[in-house]
Write a new protein. Structure first.
Length: 139
């Protein structure tokens, strides 16, 4: 998630929480957004994010890893809130033939195009970024 616009930039859904999940999500995000070196990537301290493969991938992209301290859940609260909403609105409400692809695709469209965010003045992430990119449209 881009914390500025609340846009979901990379995603992956699997039946387990292995390092492949976060590696796929990071690669997906890089493909979608093409961020430059020096990007700050925040995560919790779980083993997927601390894995050698994931940390090495961050270094290859030139990103800076930021992990909250043990027991400090506040820094990662936007993602915790997102995961709660994701589960309530998409995961628990529907059944998919291909759960990983279908849910992730629906998530991206739903979250970025239709979901209003109070932190963005009740705009969607796409509207917010479009208005930011064109300063004449910003109120």
């Amino acid at each position: 998630m881009d914390l500025y616009s609340r846009r979901i930039t990379g995603y992956s859904m699997r039946d387990n929480l292995g390092r492949e999940l976060v590696i796929e999500a990071l690669n997906n995000s890089v493909t979608n957004r093409r961020p430059g070196q020096g990007l700050l990537v925040h995560s919790d301290r779980s083993s997927q994010y601390a894995s050698f493969d994931y940390q090495q991938l961050l270094q290859q992209y030139g990103f800076t890893c930021s992990m909250s301290r043990k027991g400090d859940c506040w820094v990662n609260s936007p993602m915790e809130s997102f995961f709660k909403t994701l589960k309530m609105e998409l995961v628990y409400q529907r059944h998919f033939k291909n759960p990983g692809r279908s849910r992730a695709g629906n998530l991206r469209v739903h979250r970025n195009r239709f979901r209003l965010h109070s932190a963005l003045g009740y705009e969607t992430p796409e509207e917010f970024e479009k208005n930011y990119d064109n300063p004449r449209k910003v109120a």
